[in-house]
Design a protein around this ligand. Sequence first.
Ligand code: ATP
Ligand code: FE
Length: 336
Amino acid sequence: GPILGIESSCDDTAAAVVRDGREVLSSIVRSQIEEHSAFGGVVPEVAGRSHLDHIIAVVDRALDDAGVGLDDLRAIAVTTRPGLIGSLLVGLSAAKGLAFGRGLPIVPVHHIEAHAYAGTMELDEDPYPCVALVVSGGHTALYRMEGHARMECLARTLDDAAGEAFDKVASLLGLPYPGGPSIAALAPEGNPKAIQFPRYRAKPERPSFSFSGLKTAVLYHLRGQNALNPTPAPEDIADRADVAASFQEAAVDALVKPTIQAARDQGVQTILVVGGVARNERLRAKLSEAAEAAGLRAVYPAPTYCTDNAAMIAGLGHHLLEAHGPADLELDASAR
Ligand code: ATP
Ligand code: FE
């Protein structure tokens, strides 16, 4: 039978039913964006409470849409780390209750390993060994992958995640949360060459990412290059679209270079680009172009499987169950 996946690590309550690790029978994502937007970011207490209010309905809808009952399931896969602990515990408790009640095996899934797995779900063949760029709201890192969930970190951000930088710059520009889609929507109206924001360059022998310098450069630009000036109100920023376009260009460049270099260094053919920022069309265009020029291929999940979803949890859960069997019902969640 298929696997039910449950995901509640951050601000999306999600459930999905997936057969054999890749055939998605249903995928339900309930976003909490409206509940958090007044605060300009995710409030952990609000997130945990909201997951609690909606998790059962989301699971029910996923089962309904798939046309399966609990007794048809082979197992329940659930995100146990990393994430907001109060949010993770809601999904895990729901999974444990259902698994105990129906005598189903339970499979713990690592959220970032699942993001990476999403990049392989639509491929006809497994791409391993490959390099994965995980670029999301909380993570920006490169991995060498030898198989599903077999990841060795090659490089990570020294400060902010790329998605976080999009969110912070959007907030400076007065654009709605989450900032990634807002900046991506405004950027085509601006000139990406209008402002030369700095591109962080790590030493080639120690690859890494950094986005805090770029964020500060945007802030100083808005203050007229004088740190002592106040930050202007969004409606007083005359070149908002140029700032959005130039920032996006700099952020994309900072992701593309180390990724291509890592794939070359590792001697692999394929680059998986996953996580919420992998939805960004400018990133897809520039990375694919650079990959092609280097004789490599870049692979992306469908946009809905870049951001948080439970299909990637159920999908990876299938392989983890085959490889390691079920977990003990006493398993725990962990923020890290
Ligand atoms: P993590 O997976 O690291 O725990 P998360 O689950 O909160 O973090 P995701 O759901 O994978 O993150 O991605 C959300 C991030 O993706 C947000 O920062 C959002 O701004 C960014 N994002 C979404 N769409 C786009 C886009 N089109 N361009 C750039 N960024 C985007
Ligand atoms: Fe995520």
